[in-house]
Design a binder for this molecule. Structure first.
Ligand code: NAD
Length: 476
């Protein structure tokens, strides 16, 4: 399979193409991805710019029809797309199908949002004047996405962008061209006019600056790592360009003495290790009060050791491989760093399976303190630490003692502590007796502090980013 760029409604291949390798089985090459250069990126921006006005003038019905069609196509192909996703990124098949389903629902949600446009009609403070406040599309938006949710994240940027009348240039992550291409194929089958949606595949470091610095691109929505995000924010700031960043996490899960043990263990297991821990919302710091600590660690260890780690498409597999060799090396390095700083490590070794892939055991790292490197820096793998604390107040202080603020969770049966935690946690999303990862598609998503910048994604809040407000005065 060749993955091509979609530029102005045409499939465009380039001179070079790189293999797309299955992390569960490195002998399985899914296809080859065209690597666009600056010329193709510029063509895509030109196409979007030429198409933007027409799409901005489209009716809510046209937008609904296009988005609803895309959602339906995604949902009716969920099995095949889920399999592609699992082969390409390494999520288990149920996780892959789940992500695809979510992407379909996102398009359906924003199809509805296209119809539910609102504005304000106000009386002026002056006699004989009326005021209406409406939202205009931004124009051409640049969307830059990471590898860990190869269809859901493109969906949650592309769908609102189109629903609110923008033209799009999507630059997906290098590791997952297949899902982006499959999404583009579906979009190309819809009635969306050519040029409104463009896909450009290739190196972020090369294509990113062209997308970000082109004055015709009025807004950039980015999800990815902190260093890349900071660079993009600086470039956009210099141009006074609207920017939205979703970046890393070091998400705490607090477990209090009064928690239901089985619930807490299930929540931690899911939050820390599912999707191979490769979720920005993964629970990476388990902050456990002393009365439940030993029982919690013992039971979580037992459950973690029983997780079936293998080929993402295998029957009953609960954790697939790490996405690539580089990420695997980084995970193993962090496990070693924790050991070197005096922590105890359970699991966390590289393992082999029948097929050659990037497999590792999930790791539970106990006897850690919050100042250790393993608790300060994002690993982005199936690695969770345990920090023992005396009481609720200390737990909250430790939970908040991080540069990140994406998601935070607590397991407790105390209404008082759940309520206080929701109020005091410095995070964009707070979970009570639920994993820090796993969110709904119809409500805002995003963080605080170093995790996010700009307005929220998803739900109705997405309108903040994808539109600009206009206040019109009419004298009568
Ligand atoms: P990354 O920053 O390496 O890459 C993300 C995207 O940016 C890719 O498409 C890449 O090609 C592009 N890019 C790279 N250099 C660029 C440049 N100079 N200019 C413009 N674009 C450039 O991140 P990744 O490794 O793909 O993803 C993992 C990271 O994403 C983790 O830190 C994770 O926490 C984060 N993430 C955050 C969220 C969230 O919503 N907060 C969700 C998923 C992943």
């Amino acid at each position: 399979m060749d993955y091509q760029n979609l530029i102005d409604g045409a499939w465009v291949s380039c001179g070079t193409a790189v293999p797309n390798v299955n992390p569960s089985d490195t002998t399985d090459v899914l296809g080859h991805a065209a690597q666009a250069g600056i010329e193709e990126m510029t063509q895509a921006i030109s196409a979007a710019d030429a198409a933007a006005q027409g799409w901005a003038a489209s009716t809510p019905q046209q937008r609904f029809d296009v988005l609803d069609f895309i959602g339906t196509e995604i949902l009716s192909n969920a099995q095949a797309l889920g399999k592609l996703l699992s082969r390409e990124e390494g999520k288990t098949l149920p996780e892959g199908i789940g992500e695809v389903t979510r992407a379909g629902h996102i398009f359906k949600f924003f199809a509805g949002e296209a119809l539910r446009q609102t504005g304000d009609l106000l009386a002026s403070v002056r006699p004989g004047v009326g005021i209406d406040v409406t939202r205009d599309p931004m124009g051409v938006v640049g969307l830059i996405t990471p590898w860990n949710f190869p269809i859901a994240i493109p969906a949650w940027k592309v769908a609102p962008a189109l629903a609110y009348g923008n033209a799009v240039v999507l630059k997906p992550a290098e590791l997952v061209p297949g899902c982006a291409h499959a999404l583009a194929q579906i979009i190309a089958k819809s009635d969306l006019p050519k040029g409104v949606f463009n896909l450009v595949l290739g190196l972020g470091s090369e294509l990113g600056p062209t997308l970000i610095n082109d004055p015709r691109v009025t807004a950039i929505s980015f999800t990815g790592s902190v260093p890349t995000g900071r660079g993009i924010a600086a470039a956009c700031g210099a141009q006074l360009k609207k920017v939205q960043l979703e970046m890393g996490g070091k998400n705490p899960l607090v477990v209090l003495d009064d928690a239901d043990l089985e619930t807490a263990v299930e929540v931690a297991l899911n939050g820390s290790f599912f999707s191979t821990g490769q979720r920005c919302t993964a629970s990476s710091r388990l902050i456990v009060t002393q009365g439940i600590h030993d029982r919690f660690v013992a039971r979580l260890t037992e459950r973690m050791r029983a997780l079936k780690v293998d080929h993402a498409l295998g029957d009953g597999v609960q954790m697939g491989p790490v996405v690539d060799a580089r990420q695997l090396a980084q995970n193993l390095e962090y496990v070693q760093i924790a050991k070197d700083q005096g922590a105890q490590v359970i699991g966390g070794a590289r393992v082999t399976r029948e097929t050659e892939g990037f497999y590792m055991e999930p790791a539970l790292i106990t006897d850690t303190t919050n100042d250790m490197r393993i608790n300060r820096e994002e690993v982005f793998g199936p690695v969770a630490t345990v920090i023992k604390v005396a009481d609720f107040d200390t737990a909250v202080r430790v939970a908040n003692d991080t540069e990140f603020g994406l998601s935070a969770g607590i397991c407790t049966q105390s209404l008082k502590h759940a309520t206080l935690f929701k109020a005091q946690a410095q995070a964009g999303m707070v979970m009570v007796n639920l994993p820090t990862a796993g969110v709904d598609y119809h409500v805002p998503f995003g963080g605080t502090k170093g995790s996010s910048f700009g307005s929220r994604e998803q739900g109705r809040y997405a309108a903040e980013f994808y539109t600009k407000v206009k206040t019109a005065y009419t004298g009568v």
